[in-house]
Design a protein around this ligand. Structure first.
Ligand SMILES: Cc1cc2nc3c(=O)[nH]c(=O)nc-3n(C[C@H](O)[C@H](O)[C@H](O)COP(=O)(O)OP(=O)(O)OC[C@H]3O[C@@H](n4cnc5c(N)ncnc54)[C@H](O)[C@@H]3O)c2cc1C
Length: 288
């Protein structure tokens, strides 16, 4: 099913994001994660993609098995910055052959030693237009409530978001954020600019101090004072920090749902018990 159509049905739509294991490691661990999450009955599962392309095949394989073996719709992430046109065409052919019909089209982070000369792609909008032109995929794109790390002003980023929607993106999933007010403001600004496709908050639970620090450094999102307090209180106790992180995510999700968001996209970090707790305690699904 096209994901854009899923958002036309009952909301909030629950989607779960998983990532392939590192190269060289078996795919078993991600399927164990999926085994533990499948009875949550997510509307779709998204599978990340390594910018440098080393996990291309694994993303395609996981996304296609999510559909075939778990009976759940899947969304394959795909980046373009390190690919040639031919490579992109080959990944798209592969996705089509394996029956994966939904793609989150991204630029990807620019590798440190990258030269501009031979790039076939510069921005996600180029990939989106190319996929949309094939007419057999439903395409989504990334959105940044606090602005993308490279952008000088949020208004410029919103211009880019509009460009991505005009190029064919039919739904948008946001980067993590920890203050819902930032999302509401962003949503208002996006709607004012006639960005009218579903705009779905991406929520990442804080489960591990080192991991969240690395992610925060990568995307530069702001930390509300109450979160700083939480870090101060629990940073030396990983178990308590993870519990507080789950509580924080539950509060964020519950408030967003109350405000009537179209969906909740959970960055699962491939964790099972914590994600189950967030989904049940925030009321996204009932325990049976
Ligand atoms: C929901 C979500 C999922 C993600 N999944 C993955 C993943 O699986 N794998 C992965 O490697 N990364 C992933 N990322 C990270 C993403 O690849 C990076 O944030 C990347 O740096 C930007 O990708 P983009 O598609 O948003 O790029 P773009 O939309 O191209 O934007 C990149 C920057 O260029 C600017 N820009 C765009 N077009 C123009 C223009 N015409 N002129 C001037 N400036 C312009 C934008 O404002 C922005 O600052 C994900 C991000 C999100 C939010």
């Amino acid at each position: 099913m096209r994901i854009a159509d899923i958002y036309k049905g009952n909301t909030p739509v629950l989607s779960l994001e998983v990532f392939p294991p590192k190269p060289g490691y078996s795919l078993k661990s991600v399927f164990r994660t999926l085994d533990g999450l499948s009875d949550l009955n997510p509307s779709f599962v998204s599978v990340t993609y390594a910018s440098q392309g080393e996990s291309t095949d694994r993303t395609v394989e996981i996304a296609s098995r999510v559909r075939d073996e778990y009976g759940c719709e899947s969304l394959a992430h795909m980046t373009c910055i390190s690919h040639s046109k031919e490579e992109v065409a080959s990944v798209l052919d592969n996705l089509e052959d394996r029956g994966v019909g939904n793609i989150l089209a991204l630029r990807g982070d620019i590798p440190a030693d990258f030269s501009d000369d031979k790039r076939d792609y510069h921005f996600a909008s180029e990939l989106i237009a190319e996929i949309a032109a094939r007419n057999n995929f439903c395409v989504g794109a990334a959105a940044y409530p606090e602005g993308h790390i490279e952008s000088k002003r949020i208004s410029l980023d919103l211009d880019n978001l509009k460009r991505k929607v005009d190029a064919g993106a039919e739904f948008l999933i946001t980067q993590l954020f920890f203050d819902n007010r930032i999302f509401y403001d962003f949503m208002e600004r996006a709607r004012y600019r006639k960005i009218d496709v579903p705009l779905v908050p991406g929520i990442m639970p804080i489960l591990n101090y080192k991991q969240i620090k690395r992610i925060l450094m990568m995307c530069e999102v702001s930390i509300p004072a109450k979160l700083l307090n939480m870090f101060d209180k629990f940073s030396h106790d990983p178990g308590d920090l993870a519990k507080a992180g789950v509580d924080y995510a539950i509060k964020q999700v519950s408030e967003l749902v109350e405000e009537g968001v179209e969906g909740i996209h959970l960055y699962t970090m491939n964790r099972v018990p914590q994600v189950r707790e967030i989904v049940f305690r925030s009321g996204l699904r009932e325990k049976t």
